[in-house]
Design a protein around this ligand. Sequence first.
Ligand code: SF4
Ligand code: SF4
Length: 344
Amino acid sequence: MATTERQLFVFFQFNGDNKSFCNQHCPICYGHDKTFLHYWNGDVDKWEKAFERLNRDIYFVMSYGEALGSNGFYECVEMIGRHPNWTLCIITNNSYNPDKLLESRLAQEGRLFITACWHPLGVDNCETAWENFKENLLKYQKARVPLNVSYVWYKPQIHLFPKYFDWLDKHNFRVVVRRYVDTHSAFKIPVIRRMKWFAGKSKLADYTEAERGFLYSLTCDKVRKYGLDLASTLGKPCSAGKDMVLVKYDGTATLCACCYGRQDRIGNIFNPDFKLKEHLTKCPTNTCGGDFGMLHFEDSEFGALPKRLGKDNFLMLVEDTPQSSPVKYEHRKEMLEWLEKLRC
Ligand code: SF4
Ligand code: SF4
């Protein structure tokens, strides 16, 4: 039964946590020190009962690992599909053939959304993997599944970007470029980690003018302020814990994908007495991960939070850019000018 309440945004880590299974090995991954293991508990009924107890319309998000190759994936897809007021957005590296997923009830009923991440440095053979990536994208497009492509903005991956963008734009795939902020991996990847502390704020410091220009021209004001200029979210009212929750394979529930540690726990979803927060929380951290946070923390400068999440993938919801042909980039002209500079 659909309600007028906001959809509950659930990061659903059914097969582990940030560190668990993936079939790729990107030099930069939010799952630091990955184990690449599967932790699926094999009990889909237990999950289903836990989510039913919340009595909410749910917008599931599978991310931080490769869902399509994870143990328990199709059981979870079927479970979500059984509930007409539940939807699923998958952040995937898009290396797996989606044919079976496209036959699911979720896909058939327009309740499946995809963010396909292209990681040229995470695959064994870039050319073969890119062909496979494109083939899978076209399958989703043909099936009319709302989709965007995501690309992480770090060197040397940035330099490979223009040629991929050309193909994606020609085929009407909306591209989202994501900056990477890290505070732990200085020794592994110093070039992208360097942030300058300036007047009490951290700044992304490594981009050239063109790299920075393209990144900024591609996104919206709220993401620019919090995701790129890294304005602090500390103490700001946020619906994390109330309208958003992250659940790990063992049922541990935390505020969000940034507030993920022991101190950010709000209980265990398998506990029959588990309750979401009734009120907004004050963000306990300085840097919000970006896109998902833009749908949940309040800043009156950008108007009210969306009442519902709707039928699209959440990156498109943040930037308010539904699917279109050609892709409707707000600053397309500026973007393409920066892109030409990136080619030099
Ligand atoms: S595809 Fe995603 S989860 Fe897998 S290694 Fe790369 S960044 Fe990490
Ligand atoms: S503002 Fe961002 S980091 Fe802070 S609690 Fe909300 S979603 Fe999490």
